[in-house]
Design a protein around this ligand. Structure first.
Ligand SMILES: *Cc1c(COP(=O)(O)O)cnc(C)c1O
Length: 417
């Protein structure tokens, strides 16, 4: 694969990145607020944009969302608490809890806060209804087919654990506990496959007709893709909207009143806003292979290991030398973890892949692009490595530390019982 000298466009520039690593060291996440605001503006046609915060859950990112009128999808008690901390009020469907199950602690908090539940199972409706009759709910429908860019992210069909298969049973429980049905939700993710999207929309319309119950909203879910690789197609958000709008209008006509159309993206809003800056610490030859080892591991950026995801890389040289694009090497890029799978260049089935990059030196910075979604939020403490700092380049281009590096002592404290 060709090395691509990534165009930082107007969101990141080399001198800003160098200033940040000089002050905070590597590895480090950097986000661009300008980029996030641009992506939000592209979805303005939808009545409500609901950010799937699991993709990037830093409270300072949530504050950007809130200031732009974006609402929140939370999938755990922790995410609800993050949204509240970022200033979201629990009323007016500002926060919706989406899940396929409750634990007791989450359930009691949701009832106390009166947060609407987007239920992915009938058992949830039973457990909620017994304790909180009349509670506002949405139904997450499994439309009996899926899509998803990977078997681990496929969200529909009988191999998916998500959503409600048989709405007639759910309706029975809704009636029993007088639950307040607000809307129907389908999260499949069609990316740029508009034919598939039409199929999803058709399912939504059919489901509304079938349940014979009034609703006020529908949600298109998330799953809008971004071009991770050069040459991949960008989503045409107007086209995306038009397809959903047609479905919404059919439903509104059928029910005889206005229907609110929500969209619930994670990746689309934040993926391109983030980079992971690492430093090259080791370059070693193993037979015919050259391994370039950087100071971030899959505990930081999980996607390549988990899904075989591809992230563009670019280089900033430590000694200000010009990058020589005619002088390239084919390398395998790995991290520091004591685990052979700690490789950023691998395919979905775990086969190692090589990447062509310019000749690099120890100390050069290697940047993984498009890591704003499912980057920091999927990080772990594996190998007792602390969570790394997060930096925001705010809309005035000033550098804000939005998460400190986790002190290793904090990890150890939890175990001093
Ligand atoms: C993860 C998730 C999303 C966001 O998915 P993206 O692919 O990041 O857009 C939206 N809705 C639900 C219910 C999700 O679980």
């Amino acid at each position: 694969m060709l090395f691509h000298h990534y165009n930082h466009k107007n969101f990141f520039n080399t001198s800003k990145i160098l200033t940040i690593v000089q002050n905070y060291s590597t590895p480090i996440w950097i986000y661009s607020e300008k980029c996030i605001l641009k992506k939000i503006s592209k979805l303005k046609k939808f009545d409500i944009i609901r950010f799937a915060q699991k993709s990037c859950s830093n409270i300072n990112i949530l504050k950007i969302m809130r200031a732009s009128g974006v609402k929140i999808d939370a999938v755990s008690l922790g995410e609800i608490k993050r949204a509240l901390f970022a200033g979201y009020q629990p009323q007016s469907q500002n926060i919706i809890f989406t899940a396929d199950l409750f634990d007791n602690e989450t359930l009691s908090n949701i009832i106390n806060l009166k947060i609407p539940v987007n239920a992915g199972s009938t058992d949830m409706l039973n457990q909620l209804g017994i304790l909180s009759p009349g509670h506002p709910i949405w139904l997450r429908i499994n439309p009996k087919f899926g899509h998803g860019h990977n078997k681990k992210t496929n969200t529909g069909g009988e191999n998916s654990k998500h959503g409600i298969w048989d709405t007639s049973i759910a309706l029975h429980v809704i009636k029993k506990y007088n639950l307040k049905l607000l809307g129907l939700h389908i999260h499949i993710g069609s990316g740029v496959d508009y034919k598939h999207l039409k199929k999803v929309c058709h399912s939504m319309v059919k489901e509304v007709m079938k349940i014979k119950k009034d609703i006020f909203s529908i949600s298109a879910g998330g799953g809008l893709s971004i071009p991770y690789q050069i040459g991949e197609k960008k989503i045409d958000t107007n086209h995306y909207f038009n397809i959903w709008n047609t479905a919404r209008n059919k439903i509104a006509k059928h029910l005889g009143h206005k229907i609110t159309l929500e969209i619930e993206p994670g990746r689309y809003l934040v993926a391109e806003s983030g980079i992971l800056v690492t430093q090259i610490r080791v370059i070693k030859k193993m037979g015919n292979n050259i391994f370039v080892l950087v100071d971030a591991g899959f505990n930081d950026l999980m996607r390549p290991v988990m899904y075989g995801s591809y992230h563009n890389v670019s280089i900033i040289t430590i000694d200000h030398r010009e990058i020589d694009f005619n002088n390239t090497i084919e390398v395998i890029i790995g991290g520091p973890l004591c685990e052979s799978g700690d490789i950023f260049t691998q395919s979905e089935n775990g086969n190692i892949q090589k990447r062509v990059i310019p000749t690099v030196k120890i100390g050069d910075y290697l940047i993984f692009h498009d890591t704003g979604a499912y980057g920091a939020s999927m990080s772990s403490n594996y190998n007792t490595r602390p969570l790394i700092p997060e930096i925001l380049l705010d809309k005035n281009e000033s550098i804000q530390l939005i998460r400190k590096k986790q002190p290793i002592e904090d990890l150890l404290k939890l175990e001093q019982t």
